[in-house]
Design a protein around this ligand. Structure first.
Ligand SMILES: Cc1ncc(COP(=O)(O)O)c(C=O)c1O
Length: 510
């Protein structure tokens, strides 16, 4: 196709569809129709921005979507090229719309914190559900228990060794051997770090807490994606930070809005979940990561990158933002909670440069160090060479469960509900029409033994009606649970329709 025609994009500035989506659609159509062929180069961000008179960040956002679709890829320093279309991801559709074409961008404004996080209540409700028979718990962030027999054998082996090393108090940064093993693991994910840049933490929750307390003081501004992990919101709220919630799009947080608020509020931290985001399941593209980091550098704002779900990727994944960071701006955290066992409470953080010693000190002041027994079990697991196989099996199960849930959603949920299609992790995010009374729906679902996470918990203020659904269940439970939920939603759908008819009938004739 001629290069000139590539940039002939007819944009409607008055359309309800954002400009970045219009640009995305233009290229998506050209690629899918074969008019743009594999290997062909897309216009550079600068050229396109000048030709169609659109902000560069808008073009980046559009290209991020195309990259997340698997339609294009970025080559460092050379630009963007058309990919071979990966059929497997494009064939899984929500309401016959592909993952990114589902335009996950519910109408949403930036939220300035209003407080009232309900993380604690939801956490306790999920724990109680675990002990109640007959409840199907789609609400929690708990992973499925998988490979427990093997873990037990490995734990026995770890404890059969002389206990001297485990008996003593230990260094706050954690055992060297485990830090070396984690470095090896991270290398496979594209992140090269030294054991001297790692701190073993009591779950990644402690990494979040240490980082937030290190960078923020009462009254400081922090930026989060909305929706976001409510556990982090609670910590921010607890220290008296003020939160700016930047809307999440299908390609990650809206970068234009991010820049606006970096400029106007000078926040002290950006909290982002770049891979398999909790609660939406969205993974950002390399381009989005590069741009986010560039903005953070420009406005000198540190980033906390929470990659708690990295190990649960169905495909190879994208290198973390930390791998692109040459200025010690990014603190990276992750965990073995979602892959091995949450009860072990073994997580880790990567901290580079001058921040490391101070964070090690803070870790010591919190709880000295992570249990030596837990560290030894994880270390023994990694040494056994079985961790990769364990992850592969877990991913196979999770993929089956995700597909079963997608199928059940297609069969039982009303037309008006849409959802994301994550490429791993534990959750998908279902977006309901504004008129749906989400709280009443969750309450009624619980009365029918189905526990779902009310999406409201994941916003630092008023968001939009949504549910987070944990798909890592067995297929029978998914079928029963989603069918029950679907019937409930259909009931509310007709109640809402009736109410609006009655309201219209009651309006005076003009
Ligand atoms: C995004 C995210 N970060 C951190 C955590 C905390 O996990 P842990 O402390 O068990 O590592 C969770 C748990 O659900 C999470 O979803």
């Amino acid at each position: 196709m001629e290069r000139g025609k590539l940039v002939n994009i007819v944009l409607s500035r008055h359309s309800s569809q954002p400009v970045y989506q219009q640009i995305h659609n233009h290229f998506s159509r050209l690629i899918k129709s074969g008019k743009l062929t594999p290997g062909q180069k897309l216009p550079s961000i600068r050229t396109l921005s000048q030709r169609i008179r659109v902000n560069k960040l808008t073009i980046i956002q559009a290209y991020s979507y195309l990259e997340a679709d698997g339609l294009i890829y970025a080559r460092q320093g050379a630009g963007y090229f058309v990919n071979r279309v990966v059929a497997s991801d494009l064939t899984l559709r929500s309401r016959n719309i592909s993952y990114t074409e589902s335009h996950f961008a519910p109408a949403q404004k930036v939220i300035i914190s209003e407080g009232g996080s309900s993380f604690f209540e939801q956490y306790i409700a999920s724990l109680q559900a675990q002990h109640t028979t007959g409840i199907i718990d789609f609400s929690s962030g708990f992973p499925r228990s998988h490979g427990v027999d093997n873990l037990q054998k490995i734990a026995k082996r770890a404890l059969a060794k002389p206990l001297d090393n485990l008996f003593r108090y230990d260094f706050p940064e954690g055992q060297l051997i485990l830090r070396q093993q984690i470095c090896q693991m991270l290398l496979q994910q594209g992140l090269e770090v030294l054991p001297e840049e790692l701190i073993i933490t009591s779950g990644s929750e402690q990494g979040i807490s240490l980082t937030i307390n290190y960078y923020l003081q009462r009254g400081d501004w922090a930026i989060v994606e909305t929706p976001t992990y409510h556990g982090a919101l609670s910590i921010l709220e607890n220290i008296g930070a003020k939160v700016i919630g930047i809307p999440m799009t299908g390609a990650g947080m809206n970068l234009e809005l991010l820049e606006q608020y970096l400029k106007s509020h000078r926040p002290k931290l950006i909290y982002t979940i770049s891979t398999l985001h909790n609660p939406t399941g969205i993974t950002t593209s390399l381009t989005h990561r590069q741009e986010l980091l560039r903005l953070a550098q420009q406005y000198e704002c540190p980033i906390l990158e929470d990659n708690a779900y990295e190990g649960l990727n169905f495909d190879k994944g994208t290198a973390p933002i930390k791998a692109l960071d040459n200025n010690n701006l990014v603190t990276y955290i992750s965990t073995f909670s979602k892959t091995l066992m949450p009860g072990l409470r073994v997580g880790y953080m990567v901290v580079t440069g001058k921040h490391y010693r101070e964070l090690v000190k803070q870790k010591a002041l919190h709880d000295m160090h992570v249990s030596t027994v837990s560290q030894a079990i994880v270390s023994e697991y990694l040494a056994s060479g079985q961790f990769r196989r364990h992850l592969n099996r877990l991913q196979t199960h999770n993929l089956q469960s995700r597909n079963a849930m997608l199928q059940a959603l297609e069969s039982y949920f009303p037309e008006a509900v849409t959802w994301t299609i994550p490429k791993g992790g534990l959750f998908l995010w279902a977006h309901l029409p504004d008129s749906f009374p989400i709280q009443a729906i969750c309450k009624e679902a619980l009365a029918q033994n189905i526990l779902v996470a009310n999406g409201a918990a994941f916003f630092p203020g008023v968001g939009y009606p949504a549910m987070r659904l944990n798909f890592s269940h067995n297929i029978e439970q998914i079928e029963i649970g989603i069918k029950t939920l679907g019937n409930l939603l259909k009931k509310y759908s007709s109640l809402v329709a009736q109410a609006s008819l009655v309201a219209q009938a009651g309006k005076p004739v003009q």
